[in-house]
Design a protein around this ligand. Structure first.
Ligand SMILES: Cc1cc2nc3c(=O)[nH]c(=O)nc-3n(C[C@H](O)[C@H](O)[C@H](O)COP(=O)(O)OP(=O)(O)OC[C@H]3O[C@@H](n4cnc5c(N)ncnc54)[C@H](O)[C@@H]3O)c2cc1C
Length: 481
């Protein structure tokens, strides 16, 4: 089968009949007809369709040597710097369709699936073939995955350990081992797109798990019995007008709590089981984190381009580009874009082959880029809000323009650089990225993308070898004495 069309993707998700809950109700009909999911399913579908465009297919797909059909770029193991560059271009091509706001386009977790599949020999020999098989199955069927890597936010104090018997379980754990597989019960956070993907990838929470019941990894179909997706309130529901909600209407991915209600995970889907020794290494030795960061930084660069493009258009429209503080704000966006691009370039240029034959970018610039962006993104959003001022508030809808007051709106909301309706359309886009519920989530998403910024900064500090620089200072001091 290999690459699918948008129609195939949507039909497949509809036919899975995943257990999805939203607004206190279980979705009974097709997800693609539900107002919360319609827009995002269509948008993801359009990404799949691009794979069939003859002009884009060479970038978005690749030929597996012993197979006839082409596969999606995310499943290709990069074995050279050239391949990494191709991967970057494909990632950015997809990301441009949403201005980088679609954090979980299918290539994100498929990058994880590819990385795990390419390093299947890392896994215990009881499970290594499972990893390889799941990867090949995903590649051949162009599957999409959601993922969940963290426990519910119950008690984050340093010494908290959940001691629970069967009735009180909160964080998902292994409660039984059967001939057919392992039984998982409890919850995990926070699966973006939970319910609208084919499968779910579950990896260990990380850190120092001391209870083996919490140490597991697997991938299972989203319609596995007992698996429930409890979605947050939809931002897209009631906001389907493209003029009024240009981003919300298309790219609200929806996030969900994942509940495992006595879910049986078949043995052939288990990747890791009660192996305390492998739990931390699964991320580092397979280079999973680095490959995911590479995808993320590619997307964040596109998002910064989008932000800069909107901000400059906005400034031109109301003629504020001559003010120095406006130039300073726009130049900060340029600086961010150039820093991110340069860090990615360095990571790519200094890539090395790992023990599994994957060309892995240099982690240091990628970790720096992601740590930097977690803080920088909200600053850029604030700059945009400062540029737009009340223009982000006086935002009539398309319906207003089509009503009797349309004539007034056209007169009083015109700008130097655009007639009223075009100006409002641009400002609505800026508002949707910065101030709507969708936009606020985007800021929170970039802040917590890849984990808590505080602990990620700490991880960067600890993993970065500073000896050379300390030695430099020591030798400088010796020379001056
Ligand atoms: C929009 C969005 C989408 C997401 N999508 C996904 C997804 O698809 N899949 C997925 O697995 N996860 C997803 N996440 C979760 C994301 O990975 C977490 O938000 C992130 O890892 C932080 O964990 P937390 O939210 O539980 O915060 P917490 O760990 O609860 O932190 C809360 C606060 O306490 C502080 N704190 C807690 N513990 C410590 C500590 N040990 N040391 C210092 N400070 C501490 C933090 O700094 C923070 O200020 C998503 C998050 C968001 C916001």
């Amino acid at each position: 089968m290999a690459i699918i069309t948008g129609k195939q993707y949507v039909e497949r998700i509809d036919s899975l009949k995943n257990e999805v809950w939203i607004d206190g109700e279980k979705v009974c009909g097709n997800l693609s007809e539900h107002p919360a999911f319609k827009g995002i399913l269509q948008s993801k579908g359009k990404l799949y369709d691009l794979q069939h465009d003859p002009n884009l297919a060479p970038s978005l797909t690749y030929q597996v040597h012993d197979e006839k059909s082409r596969c999606n770029f995310a499943f290709e193991q990069p074995t050279s710097i050239e391949a990494l560059k191709k991967r970057k271009e494909a990632t950015q091509l997809w990301a441009r369709k949403s201005g980088g706001t679609l954090g979980r386009s299918p290539d994100y977790i498929n990058t994880a699936i590819m990385t795990l599949g390419s390093s299947y020999s890392f896994f215990d020999q009881r499970f290594s073939q499972n990893v390889k098989r799941v990867f090949e199955h995903a590649r051949k069927n162009d599957l999409s995955f959601t993922h969940t890597f963290i426990n519910p936010q119950v008690n984050r104090s340093p010494h908290y350990i959940e001691f629970s018997d069967k009735e009180e379980i909160i964080a998902a754990k292994i409660i039984a081992e059967k001939k057919e597989g392992i039984v998982i019960h409890g919850a995990r956070l926070l699966a973006t797109q939970g319910g609208i993907t084919d499968e779910v990838l579950v990896l260990p929470v990380g850190g120092n798990s001391i209870d083996p019941a919490y140490v597991y990894a697997f991938a299972i179909p989203s319609n596995t019995p007992g698996l429930k997706f409890l979605c947050r309130q939809s931002y897209a529901k009631g906001c389907s007008n493209r003029f009024d909600y240009p981003l919300t209407s298309q790219f609200d991915e929806v996030d969900s709590v994942v509940v495992f209600d006595h879910v049986l995970v078949p043995w052939d889907r288990v990747f890791l089981y009660k192996d305390l020794n492998a739990v931390g290494r699964i991320f580092t030795e397979t280079n999973l984190n680095i490959m995911l960061l590479f995808q993320a930084v590619c997307r964040q660069i596109v998002k910064t381009e989008f932000l800069l493009g909107i901000s400059e258009s906005l400034a031109q429209t109301i003629a504020i580009t001559d003010y120095q503080h406006v130039q300073e704000k726009l130049s900060q966006m340029i600086v961010t874009l150039e820093i991110m691009t340069s860090l990615l370039y360095k990571a790519e240029a200094e890539a090395t082959l790992n023990q599994f034959g994957t060309m892995v970018p240099n982690p240091k610039p990628l970790m720096a880029a992601s740590t930097y962006y977690q803080k920088e993104y909200s600053r850029l959003i604030e700059y945009m809000q400062m540029l737009g001022a009340s223009g982000f508030i006086s935002l009539p809808t398309e319906q207003d323009f089509n009503s009797d007051i349309g004539i007034d709106l056209k007169q009083y909301l015109q700008a130097k650089g655009a007639p009223a309706k075009e100006r409002v359309q641009l400002f609505r886009l800026a508002w949707d990225l910065t101030m709507s519920p969708f936009g606020s989530r985007q800021t929170q998403y970039e802040r917590f993308f890849f984990g808590d910024p505080i602990r990620l900064s700490s991880a960067l500090y600890h993993s970065y070898d500073k000896t050379e620089f300390v030695d430099l200072v020591q030798s400088f001091l010796k020379k001056t004495n």
